[in-house]
Design a protein around this ligand. Structure first.
Ligand code: COA
Length: 163
């Protein structure tokens, strides 16, 4: 049983993250989307909301679980008996940070391997912060996020326009 963890802030989940999840599912038997609280990033959505949103978006995928975690991702992975960490690599600018994290995680847990997956080219430029900024300023995010996320963003930023 190959269990993989896909950790991140997911504030909120985007089509780019979903693309990585689909690719990861071809490599493992079960995938746990692990939501880090990351208060230092001042997230828009509470961890509970992020978990629920991803569960709604992925409800037709029985091989995916969604959980919030605190503490080290390697400890969470060990507790879940996961052997892989999945991370998306969008551009060369992601590389330094990702290399540092992967090597630190390897030091903490040599038995856990980090696998990098490249999202489809049309999602290379997306980030959760950009999606939030576009939504806050009244732009259209329909091509960047699933409908449930668009709805929640509209509700959060433009209560009167939410459908
Ligand atoms: N599509 C769209 N956006 C993507 C993406 C993709 N495929 N891959 C990454 N991104 C974006 C995210 O939206 C996010 O954007 P934002 O900064 O605008 O919010 C950004 O890239 C960062 O990605 P994310 O995957 O959320 O990483 P993170 O840096 O917020 O999370 C953790 C890092 C949570 C994995 C890491 O801090 C961690 O493991 N924390 C637990 C504590 C720990 O173990 N620390 C030691 C680690 S060495």
């Amino acid at each position: 049983m190959r269990i993989a963890i896909y950790p991140g802030t997911f504030d909120p989940i985007t089509n780019g993250h979903l693309d990585v999840i689909t690719r990861a599912l071809s490599l493992c038997d079960s995938l746990i989307v692990a939501i880090a609280e990351r208060r230092e990033k001042a997230p828009l959505f509470a961890p509970r909301e992020r978990v629920q949103l991803i569960k709604n978006v992925l409800m037709r995928e029985p091989r995916v679980e969604v959980e919030a975690f605190k503490g080290l991702v390697t400890d969470f992975a060990k507790a879940k008996k996961a052997t892989f960490l999945i991370r998306g690599l969008r551009a060369i600018s992601d590389f330094d940070y990702e290399l540092q994290m992967a090597l630190t995680n390897r030091k903490l847990a040599p038995e856990i391997e980090t696998i990098f997956l490249m999202p489809a080219e049309n999602y290379i430029f997306i980030s959760s912060s950009l999606v939030k900024e576009i939504a806050r300023l009244g732009g259209d995010v329909r091509e960047l996020v699933p409908p449930a996320v668009e709805k929640l963003l509209l509700r959060r930023f433009h209560k009167n326009k939410a459908h």
